[in-house]
Design a protein around this ligand. Structure first.
Ligand code: H2U
Ligand code: ZN
Length: 346
């Protein structure tokens, strides 16, 4: 066996965690499902959708007849500002704290039937503009330390409504993943005197085997330490802590890259590719200077529109594991077209 095919583990310098890579297992016979899904036929407007313009939500409140993006406070928020008064406990074994915060929903478009790759670059730039503006507004509140923007796409990811939308959860403490990434970026700076993610990007640009696509200001790549089969990391080319640090040109470039990347995802299995994606941006803490803005895409699909990777068994009890290597995943994504398969058919 070629040594590249040996089982090995790879280190994630952002979180300090390891992933087990077992490339030789890809040789094993596959008898699982490979079927195609029936094409999803959604109307442009759904009278029963609580996100479509002019419709009634819980509350009851009526959505405006919005034409571009639309932001509202989640009617069923996971976080509440009044949680600041939660009494909490602080013993060694029983510890709890109030988590005051806010939750919002950001609709990408009035169109019920479109998803990110089907929007134009300028429409995606408007979505990024809405995320940026909410980041700015939420951080004006001294009780908010971190703004988590994310999209859960597809039934497979537990998304309750296909109308294109994302969520924002703003918290007074740092979520676990953000705290880990902050600690590791700070420690890297102290040890090497430079930015972890800018240094990583420079080396990936030289190696090039994991780069999926890029433009003047952003690069999408499959990280060396990826856990999900087609996981990607989207990185800005210069130091920027938050969305609010980007200029208009960079927002347009990010929109261009997101359209191209999500189109490649949809074309991979000719389906609306499910994922959880989101931004990690600098929290409002004194030591956040080393935090570099980036996006993660965590898609669950492995072999077809219905065959997903599970995180069970050894992964639950031990550590995550993958068979398809990040380099093979990057090859597949690079081969995937940037012309959407639905566009092709029109
Ligand atoms: P997800 O499908 O990604 O969970 O997002 C839908 C969100 O919309 C969910 O968080 C909210 C839910 O609480 N929602 C409202 O705010 N108002 C409603 O009338 C229905 C759903
Ligand atoms: Zn809708």
């Amino acid at each position: 066996m070629e040594t590249r095919q040996y089982p090995h583990r790879r280190f994630n310098p952002l979180t300090g965690e390891w992933v087990l890579v077992s490339p030789h297992r890809l040789l094993r016979p596959w008898q699982g499902k490979v079927e195609r899904l029936p094409e999803d036929q959604r109307p442009r407007y759904d009278p029963d959708c609580y996100l479509c313009p002019g419709n009634t939500r819980a509350g009851p409140v009526r959505n405006p007849a919005y034409q571009s993006t639309f932001v509202f406070d989640n009617d069923f928020p996971a976080l509440l500002p009044e949680a600041a008064t939660f009494p909490g406990e602080s013993s060694a074994l029983f510890r709890s704290e109030g988590e005051p915060g806010r939750c919002q929903v950001v609709c990408f478009s009035p169109r019920h039937d479109l998803s990110l790759p089907e929007l134009s670059v300028s429409q995606i730039a408007a979505v990024i503009g809405a995320w940026t503006e909410q980041t700015r507004l939420l951080l004006e509140d001294p009780g908010i330390a971190h703004v988590q923007i994310f999209e859960n796409k597809g039934e497979l990811m537990g998304c309750s409504n296909p109308h294109p939308h994302s969520q924002i959860w703003a918290t007074c403490h740092l979520p676990n993943e953000v705290q880990k990434e902050l600690d590791h970026q700070r420690a890297y700076r102290e040890r090497h005197g430079s930015s972890l993610l800018l240094g990583y990007l420079a080396q990936e640009q030289q190696r090039s085997e994991r780069i999926v696509c890029a433009n003047q200001h952003f690069t999408a790549l499959v990280p060396y330490w990826a856990v999900w089969p087609f996981e990607t990391l989207v990185l800005p080319h210069r130091a920027a802590g938050r969305l609010t640090d980007l200029n208009d040109k960079e927002i347009d470039a990010l929109a261009d890259l997101l359209k191209r990347l999500t189109t490649r995802y949809d074309n991979l299995f000719q389906c609306s590719f499910p994922y959880s994606m989101g931004f990690h941006q600098a929290p409002r803490t004194e030591d956040a200077g080393d935090f570099q803005l980036h996006m993660h895409f965590f898609p669950p699909l492995l072999r077809s529109p219905v065959v997903r990777k599970f995180m069970v068994g050894f992964e639950m009890l031990g550590m995550p594991q993958r068979d398809l290597t990040p380099e093979q995943a990057a090859d597949r994504l690079r081969e995937s077209s940037e012309v959407h398969y639905k566009e092709d058919r029109r």
